[in-house]
Design a protein around this ligand. Structure first.
Ligand SMILES: Nc1ncnc2c1ncn2[C@@H]1O[C@H](COP(=O)(O)OP(=O)(O)OP(=O)(O)O)[C@@H](O)[C@H]1O
Length: 246
């Protein structure tokens, strides 16, 4: 579903943020990416979402190689990967409904179909009652749920989220994670960047730990070579949902 092979990333002429990263995420997994501030978690998510190009190496997402993706294939990638960035980029001068309709605007769906889909997305995140409100009237947790609704309205195969619980209290954070888990249960491959190991351990099936310094991937038993340690740890408590018992 997601495969990185010897991926390097630097911005401009700067140092490598990610160096020789290789990993695979299978369909239906729930992975979280950990690591200290500046380690490159957001960068990793942006590479998966095709929002930043790799400097070297090969990235495959949902069957497509990103390094030679044609401009025509780009919208399909956008639809296959739902993205929730740290700054949710909500449109504060539009309604909740309009925010969720936005990604559907380019799909050519009839407006009735789009509205029905947007309603279904809002229902899934528990925001049906707020569809006419402006996002500014929503709490932090509700705004995060709106960002999730907007990310899943195109029914992506993969959902990536950057620190979606960062500024939320424990109970609200758990509610957000439960929303992600619900989507993951129906097969959406989920990758979340987070500092919150304890919370993530409750939901994720695997942890990638990026440590700027050296590189190793314990699951593949590789010797440390380059700049980043990616400890790839299976979280035994949470079985992958696809093909699993739940
Ligand atoms: N667009 C950019 N241009 C130049 N440098 C960047 C850019 N985006 C990120 N960086 C740099 O890349 C490094 C990794 O940043 P990134 O945001 O990926 O880390 P992070 O692990 O997500 O950090 P945090 O936990 O603080 O969000 C940082 O040194 C950052 O300054």
């Amino acid at each position: 579903m997601i495969e990185f092979q010897h991926v390097f990333k630097s911005y401009g002429q700067g140092r490598s943020i990610l160096a020789d990263i290789s990993f695979k995420v299978s369909a239906g997994e729930f992975v979280y990416v950990a690591g200290p501030s500046g380690a490159g978690k957001s960068t990793l998510l942006k590479l998966i979402g095709g929002l930043e190009p790799a400097s070297r190496g090969s990235i495959q997402v949902n069957g497509q190689r990103l390094e030679n993706l044609s401009p025509r294939a780009r919208p399909y990638l956008r639809r296959a990967v739902g993205v929730i960035l740290q700054d949710t980029h909500l449109l504060y001068d539009r309604s909740v409904m309009d925010n969720v309709l936005l990604p559907l605007a380019v799909t050519g769906l009839a407006s009735g179909v789009s509205r029905a889909r947007a309603r279904a997305a809002l229902e899934k995140v528990g925001l049906s009652a707020k569809e006419n409100a402006p996002p500014i009237e929503l709490s932090g947790g509700e705004q995060q749920r709106l960002a999730i609704a907007r990310a899943i309205v195109n029914r992506p195969a993969i959902l990536i989220a950057d620190e979606p619980t960062a500024s939320l209290d424990r109970e609200t954070a758990r509610r957000i994670m439960a929303v992600f888990k619900d989507f993951n249960r129906v097969g959406v491959t989920t990758v979340i960047a987070s500092h919150d190991d304890e919370l993530m351990a409750e939901y994720a099936t695997r942890a990638f730990k990026i440590d700027p310094g050296r590189f190793a991937d314990s699951a593949e038993r590789r010797a440390p070579t380059h700049n980043n340690i990616v400890t790839n740890q299976i979280l035994a408590r949470n079985e992958p949902s696809l093909g699993g018992s739940s």
